[in-house]
Ligand binder design. Structure first.
Ligand code: ATP
Ligand code: MG
Length: 315
């Protein structure tokens, strides 16, 4: 469905995408991960031609979107995009945000567009917000409107560029669950994300981008549990440690004394940094197992183990 060959793109003499090659089939849910500045956004933006590639070809259903005469409006109809910062029209209410492009670009009659907009708003759980202005919504609600707006064009492909990274942590879940539901419908999706647990759970495939190329390409299990190449191993390892540290930060808010937190944190980090298996749902299990080990090894007391488990939500 999407075939990218020898894609190159630089800015001011800096080669960001050096040679990107990838084939993506219909219905694939592809997460794109990698360090900041490696060109993940640039890659998505080249696909729907918000950015003009320097060279290479991008075929979408056999049509070369890099050709000089490519019909860019048609390309973007086919590929909806959801941005980190929502990009809603601030002067239009929610319903009109979802209606606008249907009427302006597809020429859909107003009433038909409104009916469809309401259906889509219901689908993302916002039927009761149709009359609200974007400023009256939370970040999570805004992003769900943006998803409804992208869906209103009946795209064949949806591109998401870090859809949850501008959100308060309490709202990440509601947006991810809308994306998860979409994945189940067979929509072809490319998702740039730093939410590794989500990437692991929702994707059929993960691309690790680094050094201007698709550095490693595999199933979530291959990339997260058995990464093969040095940069992928380093990146995934760092993300693991960050998860463990986030957990420890939760602990710090709890009732353990500071000295004990430091000691336990050091032990947990040591034990958690070995395998890569504590992402997503597996993460809590892994931490629970680590706590049990630490208890049986006498590193923590029964009372401390219970306090920690309590803080982590009753493991
Ligand atoms: N329009 C632009 N003009 C100049 N430089 C740009 C432009 N867009 C991107 N860049 C540069 O290209 C590089 C890749 O940027 P890009 O936003 O694609 O990275 P990214 O992988 O999405 O990073 P992040 O994870 O931080 O979003 C960066 O060094 C960035 O500064
Ligand atoms: Mg980016």
């Amino acid at each position: 469905m999407i075939s990218v060959r020898h894609l190159k793109k630089g800015f001011g003499g800096v080669q960001v995408l050096k040679d990107v090659n990838v084939e993506i089939g219909k219905g694939e849910v592809v997460s794109i991960i990698g360090p900041s500045g490696t060109g993940k956004s640039t890659f998505l933006r080249c696909l729907n031609r918000l950015e003009k590639p320097d060279s290479g070809t991008i075929l979408v259903d056999g049509i070369d979107v890099t050709a000089p005469k490519a019909d860019l409006a048609a390309v973007r109809r086919r590929m909806g995009m959801v941005f980190q910062n929502f990009n809603l029209f601030g002067n239009l209410n929610v319903l009109d945000n979802v209606k606008a492009a249907q009427c302006d670009i597809l020429g859909t009659p107003k009433e038909v567009a409104a009916r469809k907009a309401l259906e889509l708003l219901a689908r993302v759980g916002l039927a009761n917000k149709a009359d609200a202005l974007p400023d009256e919504l939370s970040g999570g609600q805004k992003q769900r409107v943006a998803i409804a707006r992208a869906l209103a064009m009946d795209p064949e492909i949806l591109l998401f560029d870090e859809p949850t990274s501008a959100l308060d942590p309490t709202m990440v879940g509601e947006v991810l669950s809308v994306i998860k539901d979409l994945a189940k419908t067979g929509m072809t999706m490319l998702i740039v994300t730093h939410e590794m647990g989500f990437a692991r759970e929702v994707s059929t495939r993960v691309l690790y981008m680094d050094e201007g190329i698709v550095y490693e390409d595999g199933t979530p299990d291959e990339i997260f549990s058995h990464p093969q190449k040095p940069k992928t191993i380093e990146f995934v390892g760092k993300v693991c440690l960050k998860h463990a540290l986030d957990m420890m930060r939760l602990l710090r808010e709890g009732i353990l004394s500071d000295g004990r937190v430091d000691e336990i944190e050091a032990q947990m980090l040591l034990r958690l940094s070995e395998p890569f298996e504590h992402f997503g749902d597996g993460k809590l299990n892994r931490i629970a197992a680590t706590l049990r080990d630490m208890l049986s090894d006498g590193v923590i007391t029964e009372a401390e183990s219970q306090q920690i488990a309590h803080i982590l939500g009753g493991l």
